[in-house]
Design a protein around this ligand. Structure first.
Ligand code: NAD
Length: 246
């Protein structure tokens, strides 16, 4: 029911954490996966692991904040697989909970370049391919910070609110042309991003634990599949209930 046979999927931030889990689960469901990221060694490791299980994958070295690199990733995908069906914008960086007062202009610009401009550029280049075939699925990775303050500092929370704006506007502008866009809003997930953050932060989660990257990947599989065809422009939480009381 949730199969993605022969769908071509690009996953940014695909070399670790949630992106890696999505790449692997998409491949398991039959998708041809483009593991887009900066770390070649990690990217090739993931491609190998996917191929060893009979899947199809390609590593594309991409810094999403560089328009040239983004264009290169799209071209490499088209040269190798011929099309793009699914784009997952998972690349992101955190701001170590810095307030407006603590964050420099350079730090702010860097975070926005990855968390927002990266998603904008990837979408800008993938969309024409999707529009030409009249079908495409874009998933933006938000956060609890899409809904509430606290999961990051000012810039992170701003960026995660804003990425849902991109989702909504994509649905608004292109929904009737076959494009679906949704935001996935993970809670506290065990990945390199949350490594070393104190367990104290977990005590309020109704689920009683942190989440796993695979639990976010499962949602990404569902949202990319035909089973989720009527879910459009939505921000879906997978946070163990954390935001009900924040
Ligand atoms: P992660 O650090 O493992 O993944 C982020 C990835 O983005 C890394 O692979 C990193 O190299 C990549 N990246 C950073 N800058 C980049 C750039 N300029 N170009 C391309 N890639 C770049 O952490 P994660 O938890 O898997 O994060 C994935 C997404 O999930 C992020 O958008 C993050 O904000 C979001 N998220 C994570 C959590 C959590 O608790 N882990 C919660 C909510 C949202």
């Amino acid at each position: 029911m949730f199969e993605l046979t022969d769908r071509v999927a690009i996953i940014t931030g695909g070399t670790s954490g949630i992106g890696e889990a999505i790449a692997k689960m998409y491949a398991q469901q039959g998708a041809k996966v483009v593991v887009s990221g900066r770390n070649e060694e990690e990217g090739q490791r993931i491609v190998k692991e996917i191929e060893e299980k009979g899947g199809t994958a390609l590593f594309s070295q991409t810094d999403v904040s560089s328009y040239e690199k983004v264009k290169g990733c799209i071209q490499q995908t088209l040269d190798t697989f011929g099309t793009i069906d699914i784009l997952v914008n998972s690349a992101g960086i955190h701001d170590e909970y810095k307030t407006v007062l603590e964050m420099s202009e350079d730090e702010y610009d860097k975070l926005m370049d990855v968390n927002l401009k990266g998603a904008f550029l990837m979408t800008k280049e993938a969309l024409p391919v999707m529009l030409e075939k009249g079908k495409g699925n874009i998933l933006n990775v938000g956060s609890q910070g899409t809904f509430v303050a606290g999961p990051g500092g000012a810039a992170y929370v701003m960026s995660k609110h804003a990425i849902d704006g991109l989702t909504k506007q994509l649905a608004y502008d292109f929904g009737q042309k076959g494009i679906k866009a949704n935001t996935i809003a993970p809670g506290f997930i065990e990945t390199p991003m949350t490594e070393g953050i104190e367990d104290e932060r977990l005590k309020d989660i109704p689920a009683g634990r942190a989440g796993k990257a695979e639990e976010i990947a499962a949602l990404a599989v569902f949202l990319a599949s035909d089973a989720a065809d009527y879910i459009q422009g939505a921000a879906i939480k997978a946070d163990g209930g954390w935001t009900v009381g924040r």
